[in-house]
Design a protein around this ligand. Structure first.
Ligand SMILES: [Fe+2]
Ligand SMILES: [Fe+2]
Length: 412
């Protein structure tokens, strides 16, 4: 693999040297370049392309968010990392709409290396081309404006507690993903990955969340994207919510896994949102393949590739945003869990089974539903997981959830 060029930016010369020293380890394949201040950074990005830009947030004249915003516009496929001190939380929450990852200062060198290496691994796996530009260029997933109104007024109400906010967020894919991205960034010094939305909100606190919602509203929102004509955000949300309930309430074997299953299932089709907003034509074709798949038509290799694309777009977005590994793998492999890393197949499988159940519910009667499920499911995974005898029970319990027909019909 060719060297990955990384630009390090800080106005403090000693901090910049220290940063370079902490990242200068053999065998990473990284080629480090240093920019002393914002102007030098802008000059460097005008001359060369970078796989990643790591930038200090607080700099005189132009801050790190402005530098990364320039990177986003001129080199959308570059990984953008912001370094922020403990007193800069508000600014870094706002800056998260231009950065993929946040690193709290001071940061243990090993942690920074690990975080950067992980993001660069996804960057390399995306390959050079449109998909990488699109995935790395996404900063906000579409959210209905109504959600912002509901959340903003809930957060302004002194009587609102965490449970109220979690309830609103759990039904909303875009902000749910953003909350997990922020909670998992090392600027908050979290000792372990957080995959449950309730824990993430509790950890961040309502004040930080208020800044996050404000920033998402300013920087993103549905109006700023040219979404595919066929895209119906309400339908996508209803589908995600149906799968999330099926994953948590039917397939997850015990309550301990239910919250994680809910989150992963809620996010499983974020790649659809990415495609609908940035590659509308591909989105349209993917929908056609999914419909053919549901009718039981065999998939040609190009169809299979197209189906994989939304899963890859979503999984890599989750990876580049620093979401926990099991969630990333579940999104990446929700159509074929047998291809996930063996120790991460469990969650991917739960989401996959819930997705198949959702599709099967479009049929009438348990027998036809079981047949549809058997047609759609990744049999390699099902038999390896020893779950073949669970189908009848899953179908029965899924039917008793009373999911709305519209949620079941919305597909992918
Ligand atoms: Fe789906
Ligand atoms: Fe999907």
């Amino acid at each position: 693999m060719s060297a990955q060029r990384i630009l390090l930016v800080d106005d403090d010369a000693r901090a910049l040297e220290a940063l370079a020293t902490s990242l200068a380890v053999p065998d990473t394949g990284w080629e480090l370049q240093l920019a002393h201040g914002a102007e030098a950074a802008l000059d460097a990005i005008a001359r060369q392309r970078f796989a990643a830009v790591v930038c200090d947030l607080q700099m005189p004249r132009k801050n790190g968010a402005a530098v990364l915003d320039a990177v986003r516009h001129t080199q959308p496929d570059a990984i953008r990392v912001i370094l922020a001190g403990p007193t800069e939380i508000t600014a870094s929450v706002l800056a998260m709409h231009v950065a993929h990852q946040f690193v709290g200062k001071p940061c243990p060198p090993a942690l920074l290396r690990e975080q950067l290496a992980r993001a660069l691994r996804f960057h390399a796996e995306l390959g050079a081309g449109q998909l990488r530009e699109v995935v790395c260029g996404v900063t906000t997933l579409p959210s209905p404006p109504r959600v912002f109104q509901v959340l903003t007024s809930a957060l302004a109400d002194p009587d609102t507690d965490i449970a109220d906010v979690v309830q609103i967020l759990r039904a909303e894919i875009g902000l749910c993903t953003k909350v997990l991205q922020l909670a998992n960034s090392s600027v908050f010094g979290l000792p372990r990955p957080l995959a449950d939305i309730k824990q993430a909100v509790t950890y961040l606190g309502l004040r930080t969340l208020k800044h996050l919602v404000l920033g998402a509203e300013v920087y993103g929102g549905i109006e700023s994207l040219r979404l595919a004509r066929e895209f119906d955000l309400g339908e996508e949300q209803a589908h995600a919510m149906a799968i999330a309930r099926l994953a948590a309430e039917v397939v997850a074997p015990d309550p301990q896994q239910a919250d994680l299953a809910f989150t992963a299932a809620m996010l499983h089709d974020i790649g659809e949102l990415v495609l609908a907003g940035h590659m509308p034509d591909v989105y349209r074709r993917t929908k056609a393949v999914v419909a053919a798949c549901r009718r039981g038509e065999p998939l040609s290799p190009p169809d299979r590739e197209l189906l994989d694309l939304h899963a890859r777009a979503g999984g890599y977005l989750a990876g580049v945003w620093g979401l926990p590994e099991p969630v990333v793998e579940a999104v990446l492999h929700h159509h074929r869990p047998s291809q996930a890393a063996p120790h991460l197949q469990f969650l991917a499988g739960i989401v996959h089974a819930a997705d198949c159940l959702c599709h099967a519910l479009a049929e009438d009667g348990d027998e036809r539903r079981a047949a549809a499920f058997a047609r759609l499911v990744d049999r390699d995974w099902l038999s390896a997981a020893g779950l073949t005898d669970r189908i009848v029970d899953w179908i029965e319990r899924a039917g008793s959830l009373g999911l709305e027909r519209s949620a079941v019909a919305a597909l992918a």
